[in-house]
Design a protein around this ligand. Structure first.
Ligand SMILES: Cc1cc2nc3c(=O)[nH]c(=O)nc-3n(C[C@H](O)[C@H](O)[C@H](O)COP(=O)(O)OP(=O)(O)OC[C@H]3O[C@@H](n4cnc5c(N)ncnc54)[C@H](O)[C@@H]3O)c2cc1C
Length: 434
């Protein structure tokens, strides 16, 4: 089977989805091939931009854009340095404006990071959250009396742990658990998915509200694990607030997590509706080149093999989690094109002697080295391919875990890679017409 397209995106994680979204808006015929769902379904769904910088000082930054500017000044090889401040701003602004207008109604504070309560009872700094977590920020910033409510039998969430970790900083914070009689079918094992399905039903929300009301006392806020339905979470939150007369918010749980899944599902649905071709399952096994141009991608399915004839390729295959990079005793390699990876030569230098040492382990910064337009470069600094661009976690010179910059890097570089594709096309068209 053969398909032709303007742009092939390899990878269906957040980076690939952002790149595809930008490409469709520019009218490019776009094919996305994803071996798996990437890390998005495992995330809190909260989008980090940059919350800790410089990382070795572990300094929490209230104003992320100031921190991004400083980082770009001092680390030009960081993905943000490659894209530049204006490019990062445009990418984040464009994509978040779309998410704000979506059914998930994302929320941010433009110039400031926010702090939200997690299912472990820690405080997570982040840049943007879905509507269901907007009041999570408000609850923590106001710290008025609040009830954190769990469900008897739901192993993924312990409200007592949240309260015991936060009560010395939050007066009037209490925990409780609802017993199983409130469930529509109390004979089943209780899971996040089952609760989410129950919350989608008005009948359940009525029963739930009747059972919760007597427990609220003086509470101004009600914090629940992130189980408030699948794609109608904003409406469900509003409905519960009306029924209960308190502010309701979701608390993100440990992986896998419903807010991350909701975001991934919505992005894929919108992409397909916009005309993108999204294929999940079999990976791209090989990219074939003519000179310095990739021309054909090969994908082997169970019963048939496919060829995708692409004019441009964006590689958004993630790091070790997404399988864009592979580590062995011989070193770290990029899995799709064997691109040049920037990593400490000697394995002894992958790690520091202190486990949680302030600068972070050098292995966390490995990845593909690219030039300003995100094309992969060789040791001479020149592009290895004319029509290949690299974006997202697979890039070198960042430590998203410590920086708290995971989603921001995906947004900035996914967007910028497509801008580079568009610039490349314009140059090629000019040449053809000259
Ligand atoms: C557990 C966890 C929690 C996180 N929590 C947060 C958070 O709360 N907030 C935040 O901002 N960031 C968070 N992050 C970071 C953030 O999710 C990632 O930095 C970001 O999503 C990376 O996206 P990516 O698309 O570059 O890579 P990935 O998400 O890894 O996606 C890579 C994609 O490439 C595909 N792929 C690889 N090779 C091939 C191939 N040959 N053919 C086809 N497809 C291929 C994979 O199947 C996958 O679809 C978290 C990450 C993890 C792992």
């Amino acid at each position: 089977m053969k398909t032709e397209c303007d742009l092939l995106i390899v990878g269906g994680g957040l980076t690939g989805l952002v790149a595809a979204w930008r490409a469709r808006r520019a009218g490019l015929e776009t094919v996305v091939v994803a071996q798996g769902p990437g890390s998005l379904p495992f995330t809190s769904g909260a989008l980090d931009l940059l919350a800790v910088y410089p990382t070795e000082t572990k300094r929490y930054r209230v104003r992320p854009w100031e921190a991004v500017s400083e980082l770009i000044e001092t680390e030009p090889n960081h993905p943000y340095g490659r894209v530049g401040l204006r490019g990062v701003r445009t990418a984040v602004e464009d994509f978040l404006s779309y998410l704000e207008a979506s059914p998930l109604a994302y929320y941010r504070r433009e110039e400031e990071n926010m702090a939200i309560v997690t299912g472990a009872g820690t405080i997570k700094p982040t840049y943007a959250v879905s509507a269901s977590m907007k009041k999570n920020r408000l609850a923590w910033s106001q710290r008025k009396p609040a009830l954190i409510l769990g469900f008897e039998g739901l192993a993924d969430f312990a409200p007592e742990q949240v309260v015991s970790n936060l009560q010395d900083r939050w007066n009037g914070l209490r925990s409780a658990r609802l017993d199983r009689t409130v469930l529509l079918d109390s004979s089943r094992r209780l899971t996040v998915a089952q609760l989410a399905a129950d919350f989608e039903r008005r009948e359940f929300r009525d029963r739930f509200s009747e059972a919760v009301k007597p427990q609220l006392g003086q509470s101004k806020f009600l914090g629940l694990p992130a189980v408030l339905g699948f794609d109608r979470v904003a409406d469900i939150c509003r409905d519960l607030e009306e029924k209960l007369g308190v502010e309701v918010f979701e608390i993100p749980l440990l992986s896998p997590s419903l807010p991350g899944m909701r975001l991934a599902d919505m992005l894929k649905r919108d992409l397909v509706a916009s005309g993108a071709d999204y294929r999940q399952g079999a990976p791209v096994e090989k990219l074939e080149a003519q000179g310095k141009e990739i021309t054909v991608a090969h994908r082997a399915g169970k019963n048939r093999s496919e060829q995708i004839l692409a004019r441009h390729v964006v590689v958004a295959t993630g790091r070790f989690f997404g399988r864009g990079l592979e580590a062995s005793q011989h070193g770290v390699r990029e899995t799709l094109l064997d691109l040049r990876v920037e990593a400490p030569q000697n394995r002894d230098n992958w790690h520091m002697s202190s486990f949680l040492g302030a600068p972070g382990h050098p292995i966390n910064r490995v990845g593909v080295r690219v030039g300003r337009d995100l094309r992969p470069v060789g040791t001479d600094g020149l592009p290895l391919y004319e029509n290949v661009f690299v974006a997202g976690a697979v890039l070198a010179c960042h430590d998203w875990v410590r920086e708290k910059s995971g989603a921001g890097i995906s947004l900035a570089t996914g967007h910028a890679a497509v801008e580079s594709v568009l610039a490349h096309r314009r140059r090629a068209n000019k040449k053809d017409s000259a």
